[in-house]
Each structure stands twice: as structure tokens, then as C-alpha cells.
Design a protein around this ligand. Structure first.
Ligand SMILES: [Zn+2]
Length: 312
């Protein structure tokens, strides 16, 4: 009864899934965490994982692979780079997990890449050999798969599609220090900012927003006929379609999958996005599919499990 664990490490909690080796998600647990940098913190994680298994009648010895995804760079050898948004000692956690799961192969993977692999294993991209997962969250991340493999790049910057320059005239700076990145328009933060700009241009009041990433309120305003929201979403889709057209010139993938919170408004912007892509792309790529990802917030959990299984 071999099992695989996929562990999605976030800032305040981790989400862990128990999978069959065929890719069926059989149980999930959420373990609240603070800084994962001490033996006591590692123990909270391993105890949570043991409980998940025990509740399902599985022994730690039955676990053949444990994958962990992190919000930061992981090189081809599985070494975790600088993590800007979470406090984690990857080596310490790895050792603690290895002590409990003696028969398991362990692997770290970048979260956007994990989400892409998840979609490849059990999601919309099942059976695809080349696609790009575009993660539209607080920022814009990407997972690039070609010939069934993740492209992480010579310097670990492969797939950083949020930083494709789409507007050379932008004055505002992106988090990366450059100006005019896709992320400045098509992330949750970007959509909300564009909406406020459109409201200011029209002299209208924005709807009540629950913080700088509240795209849900912008989408609802759009559905209710708010013209500024419609214009903002149109703009976001235009920039995104432009960026995808540039990606197609290089890798010509079979499909683009959209994930992350902003993809919750897919029905609102799908048509504009597809039109924009067709407007900017080179003729042979014109029928590239643009679809919503299907595993939602579980995608990275699937993908990290899959990644760890590859090392077995
Ligand atoms: Zn940038």
C-alpha cells in the first residue's frame, strides 16, 4: 500500500495531501505553522503528517515519496534558494522528515513549478507534452513544461513570466526593480490598481475593496456593469494576451493554463484574452488553447508529490 505525500508550504500553514501512487488524492490535512526553523517546529510538521496517515490506517513506512513545494527558487539539484516570504530551514525540515519516513524519497520544488506538474499529472494538462501554467496571484508566477519536463533554466529564472516586459513606458516599479512587468497589470494587485486608475480617470468612486488584492470585488463590480472595472479587466487581459503571444514565439506550447485567484474571473476575461493573444501572436500559434487550470489550490500539492515520486 505505497503512499506519496505532497506538502504545500505557505507562510502560516502547510497543507499536506496523501496520494496513491496513481495520483488519487485520498486525504488532506492543514497544519498551522510559524517559523519552520527549530526542532520543535519540525516536530509539529512531522506529528501532523503522522496523524494524517494514522487517521487513514497508513504506516509512515508505507510512504515512498514526500514532495515539498516552497514559494521560492529551487535549482535542478533540488537545492532551495533564498525564500523571501517564509521562514524555513529546508535542510533541517528535510532531516526531520527523513527520520520519520525512512523509505521515502524527498524532493523540494518551486511552488509554481509544482502547480504546473500537478496539472500535468492529474489536471487540465494531463497528457499534454508542452504547456505553460500562468499563476495569477498576488504576483504572477509561471510553470513552463516542455517535452513533459519543467524548464527551470540555467540560472533558476526560467518561467518567471510575471517579469516579461509588456509596457516599456511604465514609470512605476515592479517588485523586481524593473518597470512595466506583466505582474504589474495581471496579478491581483495589478487588477485592483488598474481598476482604481480607471475610476480616477472617470471621476467615479471605486466599490468597497477589501485590501490591495481584492479582485473578487472588482469582478463583482464588472458583473454589475461597472465600466471602470470592465476597462481594467480588459486592459489586464490585453497585457496578458500580449505576454502569452511572446512566449509562443519561443516555445509554441500546446496550451496555456490559468491558475491563481485572478483566474476566478476567467469567464469575464477569457474572450478578451483569447482575442488579444490572437491579435499579437505569430500565425502558426493562432489556435493555441487558453484554459483555466483545474486543480485550484491543490495543484502544487499534487505536483510536489509527483516530483518526489520521479526520484524513486
Ligand atoms: Zn518585475
Amino acid at each position: 500500500m505505497s503512499k506519496v505525500l505532497g506538502i504545500d508550504i505557505g507562510g502560516t500553514s502547510i497543507k499536506a495531501g496523501m496520494f496513491s501512487t496513481e495520483g488519487e488524492l485520498q486525504a488532506v490535512t492543514k497544519i498551522p505553522t510559524g517559523e519552520i526553523t527549530s526542532e520543535a517546529a519540525f516536530a509539529v510538521v512531522t506529528e501532523g503528517l503522522k496523524k494524517l496517515l494514522a487517521d487513514n490506517g497508513v504506516s509512515p513506512d508505507d510512504v515512498v515519496a514526500v514532495g515539498l513545494d516552497v514559494p521560492g527558487p529551487v535549482d535542478d539539484d533540488g537545492k532551495v534558494g533564498m525564500l523571501a516570504n517564509i521562514e524555513l530551514d529546508p535542510k533541517g525540515l528535510q532531516k526531520a522528515i527523513k527520520r520519520v519516513f525512512k523509505n521515502a524519497n524527498l524532493a523540494f520544488i518551486n511552488d509554481a513549478n509544482a502547480a504546473a506538474l500537478g496539472e500535468l499529472w492529474q489536471g487540465t494538462a494531463k497528457d499534454a507534452s508542452s504547456f505553460v501554467l500562468v499563476a495569477l496571484g498576488t504576483g504572477v508566477g509561471g510553470g513552463v513544461v516542455t517535452d513533459g519536463k519543467i524548464v527551470s533554466g540555467a540560472f533558476g529564472a526560467g518561467g518567471e513570466i510575471g517579469h516579461i516586459t509588456v509596457n516599456r513606458d511604465e514609470q512605476l516599479s515592479c517588485g523586481c526593480g524593473r518597470q512595466g512587468c506583466l505582474e504589474q497589470y495581471s496579478s491581483a494587485t495589478g487588477v485592483v490598481r488598474l481598476y482604481k486608475v480607471e475610476c480616477a480617470n472617470r471621476g467615479t468612486e471605486p466599490v468597497k475593496l477589501d485590501g490591495p488584492t481584492d479582485t473578487l470585488s472588482v469582478f463583482n463590480a464588472c458583473r454589475a456593469g461597472d465600466e471602470a472595472a470592465q476597462a481594467a479587466i480588459q486592459k489586464m487581459a490585453d497585457y496578458l494576451g500580449y505576454a502569452l503571444a511572446q512566449i509562443s514565439v519561443i516555445m509554441d506550447p500546446q496550451m496555456y493554463l490559468l491558475g491563481g485567484g485572478v483566474s476566478g474571473g476567467f469567464d469575464l476575461f477569457a474572450e478578451s484574452l483569447r482575442n488579444s493573444f490572437r491579435k499579437y501572436c505569430l500565425a502558426p500559434s493562432i489556435s493555441t488553447r487558453i484554459l483555466p487550470a483545474s486543480l485550484g489550490n491543490d495543484a502544487a500539492m499534487y505536483g510536489s508529490a509527483y516530483q518526489a515520486m520521479q526520484g524513486k
